[in-house]
Design a protein around this ligand. Structure first.
Ligand SMILES: Nc1ncnc2c1ncn2[C@@H]1O[C@H](COP(=O)(O)OP(=O)(O)OP(=O)(O)O)[C@@H](O)[C@H]1O
Length: 228
C-alpha cells in the first residue's frame, strides 16, 4: 500500500452493491497527487465502478470516498465534476459542432485556445468548425478528452481512453496525458493495455472480483508482468 506523498482521493472500506451484485468489496486505497495511477484487473473487476465513484457518477453503498480529506457528499457535486473530469469508454458528444462541444464547460474559450486543445490530442485545428455528427470513434474520443482538458481539471479520470484509436492517435493521447501529469495534473487511468499503463502511470491498483488485490509503484505490480 502507498503511504507517502500527498493524497488526492482516499477510499475507506468502500463497498458498491447493485442489484444484489457486489461490484466493489471493502476497498481501501489512495490516489496520489500529480501522478498517474493505473486501475488494472480482469474484465468485470470493478475498475470503471471505482473510477466513477471519484466524481460521484456512482455512490458507495458503504464506506467513504474523500477528496483532499473531505467526504465527497460534503462537497458540491458540480464543483467536484469541474475539478475531476471524466473521459468515458464511449465518447458522448453534447453539441452539433466541435467548437461548441469544447465550450460546454468553458463558454469563454476562444478559437485559438480551442485549436490548441485539438492539437494537444492530435487532431487538426481546422476541425473546430466540423459537425460532431459523422466523427469516427477515435476522433470523438479525442474531442471528449479535449473538452475535459478545456476546464483545466485538477484530476483527469480516463476509462480506456485509447481503446477506439489507431496506434498513431493512441500515441497522441498518451503524450497529452503524460504532459498533463508532468505539469501537475493527477490522472487515473483504466487500461487493459499493460504496456500503456507502464508508459503512462507511476502507480497501480489491481482489482479482481471487486476486491483490491495489490497497490503500489507500477514496477512492483506483478499483475502487469502477465499482460501483453
Ligand atoms: N448496475 C449494475 N447492476 C449489476 N451489476 C452491475 C451493474 N453495473 C455494473 N455491474 C457489473 O459489475 C461488474 C464490474 O463492472 P465494471 O464496469 O466496474 O468492471 P470493469 O473492471 O471496468 O470491466 P471492463 O474491464 O470489462 O470494462 C461487472 O460484472 C458488471 O457487469
Amino acid at each position: 500500500m502507498l503511504t507517502t506523498g500527498e493524497t488526492v482521493f482516499g477510499l475507506e472500506r468502500v463497498t458498491v452493491q447493485r442489484g444484489g451484485a457486489l461490484l466493489l468489496d471493502d476497498v481501501s486505497c489512495r490516489i496520489p497527487a500529480r501522478s498517474c495511477t493505473a486501475l488494472v484487473g480482469p474484465s468485470g473487476a470493478g475498475k470503471s465502478t471505482l473510477l466513477r465513484l471519484l466524481n460521484r457518477l456512482e455512490e458507495p453503498s458503504d464506506g467513504v470516498v474523500r477528496l483532499h480529506g473531505r467526504p465527497l457528499p460534503e462537497l458540491d457535486v458540480l464543483a467536484v465534476r469541474r475539478r475531476v473530469g471524466l473521459v468515458g469508454q464511449q465518447p458522448v458528444l453534447l453539441t452539433d459542432r466541435i467548437l461548441d462541444d469544447l465550450r460546454v464547460g468553458r463558454p469563454d474559450l476562444d478559437a485559438e485556445q480551442a485549436a490548441g486543445l485539438l492539437e494537444r490530442v492530435g487532431l487538426p485545428p481546422g476541425m473546430l468548425e466540423r459537425a460532431t455528427a459523422g466523427l469516427s470513434g477515435g476522433e470523438a474520443q479525442r474531442v471528449c478528452l479535449a473538452r475535459a482538458l478545456a476546464v483545466g481539471p485538477e484530476v483527469l479520470l480516463l476509462d480506456e481512453p485509447t481503446s477506439a484509436l489507431d496506434a498513431v492517435s493512441a500515441k497522441a493521447v498518451e503524450t497529452a496525458v503524460r504532459d498533463l501529469v508532468a505539469a501537475g495534473t493527477t490522472a487515473v487511468l483504466v487500461s487493459h493495455n499493460t504496456a500503456q499503463a507502464r508508459r503512462i502511470a507511476g502507480h497501480a491498483l489491481v482489482l479482481d472480483h471487486g476486491r483490491l488485490t495489490a497497490a503500489g509503484a507500477i514496477d512492483r505490480i506483478a499483475y502487469l508482468d502477465e499482460g501483453p
